[in-house]
Write a protein that binds this ligand. Structure first.
Ligand SMILES: [Zn+2]
Length: 305
């Protein structure tokens, strides 16, 4: 508990948490514990008017923080991380409130941001009929913090990666899910590296994407070799199917994530049961780079009751 609190103190001091997540005013004192943002007095009033199912509020200096709330805040990662989700697609025409904006301007933006989730990536937007309308809220049936289970990500291989500089590349993959990070080893001088490494990550919420960034082992920092994003919702849907059907399924396909222009799949991704294990094969096209593909397999590791 003490260690967690000192982590929390550090978290509060993060640069991004020094300014209101909505209007940028310095020194915000309120926290919306389910959306993960730290906000000022003026924005607090608007958050309050949306109700606790949209924004659950708490004073930053309150003594009533529960372990769960602290964990969730740490997990979301602060104002910058929360805004990366809630403000992923703010249209150019939309006016972001400033510290001295009118209440009306402020309310319009805040309601669009959290209540209607207008700026969220469409695939992450939750149905408005759902009871909780925050991205980071607890999942039903989950043990704590919206934790829905574990995945074991097997990073298999890279195919036809791009050449950086004059030489070949020494690539490795960084996996991120929420605040968690894992990294494969470096494969020397290869554009078709084979890692075949497994990394265990917890799934805090089915709407969080798993991200993989390729890099090369280098002294210069800006040599990213592309990245991909994996939507875990098809897998989570398959988990629900498996739960409903029990052991009767045998070795069968239980789901599919179809390749479209909006996702990073090279081909349709199959989700199947094999000897009681729920697996998903993915072949992914690297983004933000000229070429390259990545093969991974994700295994669902159910929570222990
Ligand atoms: Zn504010």
């Amino acid at each position: 508990m003490e260690r967690r609190m000192s982590k929390f103190q550090k978290f509060i001091l993060q640069p991004d948490n020094q300014f209101c997540a909505d209007c940028g005013l310095q020194g915000p004192q309120w926290v919306s514990t389910n959306t993960g943002v730290i906000i000022c007095d003026k924005c607090y009033a608007i958050h309050r008017s949306m109700g606790a199912s949209v924004s659950k509020l708490m004073s930053l200096n309150s003594n009533d923080w529960t372990d769960e709330e602290v964990e969730l805040m740490l997990f979301i990662g602060g104002n910058a991380a929360a805004n990366a989700a809630y403000e992923a697609f703010v249209p150019k025409t939309c006016k972001r409130p400033m510290p001295d904006s009118s209440n009306q301007e402020r309310a319009k933006f805040i309601r669009n941001k959290y209540e209607r989730q207008e700026f969220v990536k469409p695939s992450m937007r939750l149905a408005s009929s759902s009871q909780e309308s925050t991205l980071f809220s607890k999942q039903e049936n989950s043990s704590a913090l919206g934790f829905v289970g574990l995945i074991r990500v097997r990073v298999i291989k890279g195919i036809n990666l791009t050449v950086r500089d004059f030489m070949t590349s020494d690539p490795y993959v960084v996996l991120t899910l929420g605040n968690q990070k894992a990294q494969t080893c470096v494969v020397r001088s290869s554009l078709n590296p084979i890692w075949d490494e497994k990394h265990l990550l917890s799934v805090p919420h089915a709407t969080f994407p798993l991200k993989l960034v390729f890099d090369r082992d280098t002294f210069s920092e800006d040599d990213t070799m592309g990245d991909v994003s994996v939507d875990l919702q098809p897998l989570y849907a398959a988990v629900k199917v498996q739960e409903a059907m029990g052991d009767e399924l045998g070795n069968v396909q239980v789901g599919k994530w179809v390749a479209t222009r909006d996702n990073d799949l090279s081909c349709d991704s199959m989700i199947f049961l094999q000897n009681g294990r729920l697996l998903q094969d993915l072949k992914l096209k690297l983004k933000n780079v000229e070429c390259g593909e990545l093969e991974i397999q994700i295994e669902w590791v159910p929570p222990i009751d």
